[in-house]
Design a protein around this ligand. Sequence first.
Ligand code: GLU
Length: 374
Amino acid sequence: MAVPGLSSYGRLVIKIGSSLLIDDAGEVNGDWLTSLGKDIARLHAAGADVLVVSSGAIALGSAALGIDRRRARLGELQAAAAAGQVRLLNAWERSFSPHGLTPAQILLTPDDTEDRRRFLNARSTLAELLKRRVIPVINENDTVSTDEIRYGDNDRLAARVAQLVMADVLVLLSDVDGLYDADPRRDAGASHIAEVTTIDAAIQSMAGETRTATGSGGMATKVEAARIATRAGCATIITLGSRPNPLGAVDAGERATLFRAAGTPAAQRKQWLAGALGVAGRLIIDAGAVRALAEGGSLLPVGVVGLEGDFNRGDVVSIISESGREVGRGLAEYSLAEAACLLGAKSSEIESRLGYRGRAALVHRDELVVFADD
Ligand code: GLU
């Protein structure tokens, strides 16, 4: 059974590992990357938002600086990543430019996706890039990451990115064509799993058995990434990356494993917001703002008449009408002190009130759940 075509998704995160992108001599697999660029351009031209999570900085930089990756110290690997990241983005630019596509480099550390304040920053930059039809090319910020503060592998990073941008599908290009119930390299009778509805202990143990020796990038980390993504409402596909046009191959019905999403990204996000414990503060809003929220708008400072509690940017706040009804909940774009300066401000007054250029909303509509008026 084939997985649904990739053109059925509106926002895709494609994860590419170093072993697909870089050959043994430390050079980019140019022909393969050209074919992948074509695949991405086709999806993009059909209207999809595409984000790429690409490894390869350390492999490319090690070759360029003459560093032996297997014996290198942390500082040497970080230096290699710094030099290699430039080459990596150049390679992506070469693969995109025939199609008129522009890549944009984003380097993340776990704080950028786990800390809610920084999560909002990363999310709004990515949203702006996607609005401009640019293709974010994301990697871990290896030059400042150490073992204690790492995603650990780019499969997990890609899952966090999928969650951050509320992607519909995460595609993990792998060295195998999906999940098997035993290691297909050792067991000729291993059978391929085309579709996974729930990632339970049985699925996790299948992945454990097919883990590759390198640890990073094995099937277990891919299934863990699928678990993070599917819980956030994002389907996950594991497919063979090493063939030319690997995304086209999924559309052509080649073998892959689909992990079905639990709900949609928006529904999962709203469910999380609605149930969020630890509401840090309350924003009291006027009738005009209640109407604006009911119509799907963001909460602007102009409609806020009172503030309670103490909150920072990224904290969950409860939004209350003047009659005392909880209208909704969302993530505060501003701290209490900033929000106090902005009380009742028109959008054009935000910069002069704060003394710096701020954001338009106090709570952005994407980070907001509005409760029904009953
Ligand atoms: N961020 C690393 C690199 O670009 C790779 C990490 C991984 O693939 O898991 O070289």
